[in-house]
Design a protein around this ligand. Structure first.
Ligand code: FAD
Length: 467
């Protein structure tokens, strides 16, 4: 006989959307079951945000040492011989971080009295989920269901995954540094990993079908990154499509029809992610779709009563903090609170070198919406803190965009080394409805990069001090 569980809340998927929803539901005393087929933590923790940022950190450390060994350190640091890196050891260190954090998620779920059922969930109707087979089968029936099944890498028809053709998942688990790495797709995942491997010593080439890198960010933000790629010897082939691979090479064609064979040990395909909507009985649940995604309203309710969906499976932007925010909100709605998903902005960070932060509207997006704006741009070349971090010369800047009529901030953007940490102040200012005068009137610590936000607001008001 299968084991039967009756729960108030059933969560499918233990990524940042699902585990946050389950913890918050449990905190509120709701009997909650979480079904997860893999380790707890989802794409973000196991094969995404966390291991990729760990690799980026390790690569940056190694690059600094290589520079010193080559006698190119501006800081007067010298190394007698070139540094060595043991990638297996680095990956072991990354795995240790992931294990620790995944174990932490398990402990938090336990403390919230969430029952975790390990295995692949399959729905037979909107409120019934089956895990396991035969004697080991568990059947869970729940009043409220939260779907948090996440996303998967997009595979190109002519470049299927397998052998040397890999996704970001395998790139974070390589046994050795490839001599020649080809990255197909110049979005944030491809460029973050491509730059990291270049710093580790790989010869990296990026192939992108569009006429620019990082199409999700405005051109002004992407330009310093494009310059940094060129400066690091990373070749970027724009308006070029991958046609297929074989014999240790990638066959590409540019927009004029000219074909080329590019030698590659590893071909990393990062052309986007797709919602994970197949193989778990979604079709039995009577839920309306929004294109390839599960359709939701501003409370993350699907078209089926008592079934919610959150995170990557519901659409863009596919980011951890969107999934987690939706998860927390849905658990509170189920507990009877009035909540809506209506953020002033969902900030996005690209952890390239230099980093990019985008929160709210760019001047171009505001113009497209017919909003008259004031903008203020503060170059990091005028920031004392940037120079102390060797980040003054890279063309970085902080930009504010505010409504011309009432000076309310509608966008804050930055590009430069270390600017990712500015995202919190940008979001807070946007969410609190700050006007330029609020930012200008707030004391910012010296010397920090955050002073650049202050100065950008002053500049938008016409009286910047340091530029
Ligand atoms: P997921 O994290 O994908 O979790 C879904 C979970 O559901 C998985 O654990 C899966 O095993 C489980 N599951 C699915 N179906 C079933 C089933 N039928 N039964 C049981 N379990 C099931 N985002 C950021 O905000 N910042 C970053 O820096 C960042 N970097 C990234 C880097 C990389 C390389 C990648 C790939 C992604 C990155 N992301 C980043 C995106 C981020 O990982 C996702 O937005 C986030 O993980 C989405 O959370 P989720 O809960 O919706 O889904």
């Amino acid at each position: 006989m299968p084991e039967r569980i009756d729960a108030k809340v059933l969560v499918l998927g233990g990524g940042p959307g699902g585990y946050v929803a389950a913890i918050r539901a449990g905190q509120q005393g709701l009997p909650t079951v979480l079904v997860e087929a893999d380790r707890l933590g989802g794409t973000c923790l196991i094969r995404g945000c966390i291991p990729s940022k760990a690799l980026i950190h390790a690569a940056a450390e190694f690059a600094v040492m290589r520079q010193a060994a080559a006698g190119a350190s501006k800081l007067g640091i010298a190394l007698k011989g070139p540094p060595a890196i043991d990638l297996a050891h680095t990956v072991g260190w990354m795995d240790g971080i992931v294990d620790r954090l995944s174990g932490g998620v398990a402990a938090l779920l336990k403390r919230a009295k969430v029952r975790v059922v390990a295995g692949w969930g399959r729905f037979s109707d909107a409120k019934t989920c089956h895990v396991g087979e035969g004697e080991a089968e568990i059947v869970i029936r729940a009043e409220q269901v939260i779907l948090a099944a996440g996303s998967l890498p997009v595979e190109l028809k002519d470049l299927p995954f397998g052998g040397p053709v890999i996704s970001s998942t395998e790139a974070l688990d390589l046994a050795e540094i490839p001599q020649r790495l080809l990255v197909v797709g110049a979005g944030y995942i491809g460029l973050e990993l491509g730059q990291a491997f270049a710093k580790l010593g790989a010869k990296v080439t990026v192939v992108e079908a569009l006429d620019r890198i990082l199409p999700a960010f405005d051109r002004a933000l992407a330009e310093p990154v494009a310059r940094a790629l060129a400066g690091a010897g990373i070749e970027t082939r724009l308006e070029t499509r991958a046609l297929g691979s074989g014999g240790g090479a990638l066959l590409v064609e540019d927009n004029k029809g000219k074909q080329a064979r590019l030698d590659a040990d590893i071909i990393l395909v990062t052309v986007g992610r797709r919602p994970n909507t197949a193989g778990w009985g979604l079709e039995t649940m009577g839920i309306d779709m929004a294109g390839p995604f599960i359709g939701i309203d501003d409370e993350c309710r699907t078209s089926m009563a008592g079934v919610f969906a959150i995170g990557d499976v519901t659409g863009e932007p596919m980011l951890e903090h969107r999934a987690a925010t939706q998860g927390e909100m849905v658990a509170e709605i189920i507990a009877g609170h009035r909540r809506r998903f209506d953020p002033a902005a969902i900030p996005a960070v690209c952890f390239t070198d230099p980093e990019i932060v985008a929160a709210g509207l760019s001047p171009e997006e505001a113009a497209a919406q017919g909003i008259e704006v004031l903008t203020g741009v503060f170059p990091l070349s005028a920031s004392g803190r940037a120079w102390t971090m060797e980040a003054g010369a890279g063309g970085g800047f902080v930009r504010v965009t505010a409504r011309r009529d009432d000076h309310r901030l509608i966008g804050a953007h930055a590009v430069g080394q270390g600017v990712s940490e500015l995202s919190a102040e940008f979001s807070l200012a946007l969410e609190m409805g700050a006007v330029l005068e609020d930012i200008a009137g707030t004391i910012h610590v010296h010397p920090t990069l955050s002073e650049s936000f202050h100065e950008a607001a002053l500049r938008a008001l016409g009286h910047a001090i340091h530029v």
